[in-house]
Design a protein around this ligand. Structure first.
Ligand code: C5P
Length: 224
């Protein structure tokens, strides 16, 4: 008897496109490990801001990252990043200061290089933890981190609706500006990867987005 297929699902999309809620729901439904890579970029940003490093000083960023020890704590289906053995607090990574700085730090090659092996390594963590697969969401998952993922999704949503979603969550977040910075950077720009399955979530309830992706995952699991 062959062992069940280990599935890698990549979900990319702009800020507040619904990818985190969707990935979380899919992780629970299919017993996948969920990796929210935006939270990893936020954690590094919060740490660098805390150390007083400026986003304009690429050499200082690289020097600070050189001795950074990253780890993972699996909580339910979620792969949470740890820095020097400590879990990162949600309040620290969702602050207005991090919202404003994260895309600038994320554009630096040193920051992306620090997270690339960490993110790829989560597939092994998922296997070791007995998960059926990994669902990873971000901006460059289907294009750079897992271009050979079993399924690659790209979620669109109207910028005005995405801004409203953040306001309803009580967050100050310039989503269009972050998209602009993320799409125009040289290193791993935010793009819809060639061949990704695209879905516009502007007028769809979350449950419907989850159902549509779940149907495709089920088909993939059944079809091999
Ligand atoms: O997903 P979230 O909006 O929390 O991501 C925060 C920021 O992290 C993005 O605006 C982007 O600058 C950066 N990011 C990235 N690559 C990823 C995930 C997030 O550059 N894979």
């Amino acid at each position: 008897m062959t062992s069940p297929k280990f599935l890698i699902v990549a979900i990319d999309g702009g800020a507040a496109s619904g990818k985190s809620s969707t990935a979380r729901a899919l992780a629970e439904r299919f017993h996948l490990l969920h990796a929210d890579t935006g939270s990893y970029y936020r954690a590094l940003t919060a740490e660098l801001l805390h150390r007083g490093v400026k986003q304009t000083d690429a050499a200082a960023v690289r020097a600070e990252l050189a001795d950074l020890r990253l780890g993972t704590q699996i909580v339910g289906h979620s792969a949470d990043i740890k820095i020097h053995g400590d879990k990162v607090r949600e309040a620290d990574i969702r602050s207005a200061a991090v919202n404003a700085a994260v895309s600038h730090f994320a554009a630096l090659p040193g920051v992306r290089a620090a997270l690339l092996p960490y993110q790829r390594g989560l597939a092994d963590e998922a296997r070791a933890g007995g998960f059926r697969g990994l669902v990873m969401e971000g901006r460059d998952i289907g294009s750079v981190i897992f271009p050979y993922a079993d399924l690659r999704f790209f979620l669109h949503a109207d910028p005005a609706e995405r801004t409203n979603r953040r306001v309803r969550e009580g967050q100050a977040d310039a989503v269009a500006e972050r998209d602009r910075l993320d799409s125009s950077r040289e290193n791993a720009p935010f793009v819809c990867p060639t061949g990704a399955i695209e879905l516009d979530s502007t007028h769809l309830p979350l449950e419907e987005v989850v159902e549509r992706l779940a149907r495709l995952i089920t088909a993939r699991l059944l079809g091999g």
